[in-house]
Design a protein around this ligand. Structure first.
Ligand code: ATP
Ligand code: MG
Length: 245
């Protein structure tokens, strides 16, 4: 589904974040709508598709994530005509982090690593919130091919390819690299394996279907992206095999 913003009414301002956004309502339902202030219109569309696809893949892995769709017809102050609209949720912040909150975040660690969703918690710890004890990620702008600020994450690769190694399995837990790494760094092998099982359960057919339905670029790019994600799922399996030996 593509949300046509002409059918929405603005009801609230941007929330803390680096991308232009605003709260909207349609038929009594609230959404957070986010545009892109960087680059061309083509980049705005690709970023939005990249973010929606990340959200759909997270959902396929059973991870906590907002319902998100592409949005069209954004006003000039949102920076681009295309963006994303996510159904608004009222969650509790991650901080102050109790043991229960940290454990809720652990369940989806591997899914976010698989998708290179580096800002899952975010430098301000506001990208994930807790709803009924479940960690729900609200911001997938830093997933897959783009950084949260809209730069290409893998400029050395053809656009659409991702490294077959899941470096985020390590970097998300590295306090020198991720300011939120302390959320993850006491996960045991048992907990790492439990989170990885959610990734391993996503089938090739689901990955291919979602990438072709929602991904950026043409069908060649989408095929390469699906292949990269299948390779990264396999790499996730090898990482937990290595840890159980
Ligand atoms: N669907 C939603 N429901 C509730 N709150 C939301 C939703 N979407 C976004 N938010 C809130 O709005 C803030 C800004 O949105 P988001 O993080 O997606 O924007 P951003 O500008 O890309 O952020 P960043 O600077 O982390 O890249 C989020 O941190 C979150 O607190
Ligand atoms: Mg954010």
């Amino acid at each position: 589904m593509i949300a046509q913003l002409s059918a929405f009414t603005k009801v609230g301002p941007q929330l803390p974040g680096s991308n232009p956004g605003a709260q909207y309502e349609r038929q009594g339902v609230r959404y957070y709508v986010k545009g892109s202030a960087v680059g061309s219109e083509a980049i705005g569309i690709a970023r939005a598709q990249n973010e929606v696809l990340t959200a759909k893949l997270l959902k396929a892995a059973g991870a906590g994530v907002v319902d998100m769709d592409l949005a069209q017809g954004l006003p000039p102050e949102l920076g681009s005509r295309w963006g994303v609209a996510s159904r608004f949720i009222h969650g509790k912040p991650l901080l102050p982090a109790t043991g229960r909150i940290v454990e809720a975040v652990w369940l989806d660690f591997a899914a976010h690593a698989w998708l290179a969703n580096r800002d899952v918690i975010g430098h301000d710890f506001l990208n994930t919130v807790i709803v009924d004890g479940v960690a729900i990620n609200t911001d997938q702008g830093g997933g897959l091919l783009f950084t949260g600020q809209g730069r290409l994450k893998y400029p050395e690769l053809a656009f659409g390819d991702m490294p077959a190694d899941v470096m985020e399995w390590f970097t998300l837990r590295d306090t020198r690299i991720n300011p939120a790494a302390w959320f993850y760094d006491s996960m045991s092998d048992v907990e790492l394996r439990a989170s990885a099982r959610k990734v391993l359960a996503v089938t090739d057919a689901t990955i291919i279907q979602l990438v072709h339905a929602y991904g950026p670029g043409g069908s060649d790019l989408r095929s390469r992206l699906a292949n990269s994600l299948i390779a990264r799922r396999e790499a996730t399996g090898r990482l937990i095999e290595a840890s159980s030996r």
